[in-house]
Ligand binder design. Sequence first.
Ligand code: AQP
Length: 332
Amino acid sequence: KPRLYSGMQPSSDSLQIGNYIGALLSWKRMQEECDALFSIVDLHAITVPQDPAQLRENTRRTAAQYIAAGIDPSRSTLYVQSHVPAHAELAWVLNTITGFGEAGRMTQFKDKSAKQGADAASVGLFAYPVLMAADILLYRTEVVPVGEDQRQHIELTRDLATRFNSRFGDTFVLPEARILTETAKIYDLQNPTAKMSKSAESHAGVIWLLDEPSVTAKKIMRAVTDDDASVRFDREAKPGVSNLLSIYSVLSERSVDSIEDEFAASGYGAFKKGLAELVVSVFEPIRARTLEMLDDPAELDRILAGNAARAQEIADQTLQTVYDRIGLLRRG
Ligand code: AQP
């Protein structure tokens, strides 16, 4: 089975529907045919300021949502990144073979640091893609399912792996990005040309997995559309309606065409009502299961510890090989 690696940051107390559609749904499918590792990447989350108590809580909540959404911790390795020290250790080694200019060309860093202001951005944020390369390379990963925005980071990972292999001998497997389709990208309901995001400034356009059903329904009913009153997919001219159609299509496993046909004669109200019912019916059981698991944090921690041990076994082997190849003296 091909080895697969992916992760998500514990950067809020609930995941949003974009994380579900863009990541969890495909992870759930891919765990059947891959040897998958799914990480809660807390070391990545701290590249922007986090409240310590909240971060701890969000880490458990993210794990619970992974499991409630269908990631099976007895089949896939679901663990917390910082529980496996080799991530930070390999990242340090990779930092030493990464060019300063090379890292500076990463567009995500440019975007995020511009948002924060150049002086507020940390060295950690700058080195984020190198840590991501370490995550992937530690496990001899072959497949990395990511959105289009991560393509550049996977390219960097491949460059670093190639560089290391040619300098120190064949050590790393070159991973392939499995780029998720454009329809898997979900936009903010209030600002449908911007990606829906956990760290959006306003929550009005974000559908949270753990929102009360009535709140979810209200947000969908208030989603920005247009005055054309026709339920039709046109990303350019009708971004709001197109976004709602994407969500409808993915969650109902129906084609956009058939949904357009169904609502051809009705206005936006009926369409939104149908979508709200659909979203609530998918999220309600996930929400209930998540809250149930959060009632027993000791059991959740036990699962995470067992999975971290499994991940660590693989990671430590790779790290030891790397240390030997670059000439670090083994502790006697
Ligand atoms: N709007 C989205 N549409 C489709 N997929 C999405 N993902 C996130 N937003 C959307 C996917 O979810 C995973 C989460 O990755 P992450 O936690 O590392 O951060 P992100 O991509 O930056 O996600 P957020 O929600 O926007 O988090 P913050 O605000 O913390 O940066 C990835 O697989 C991503 O593609």
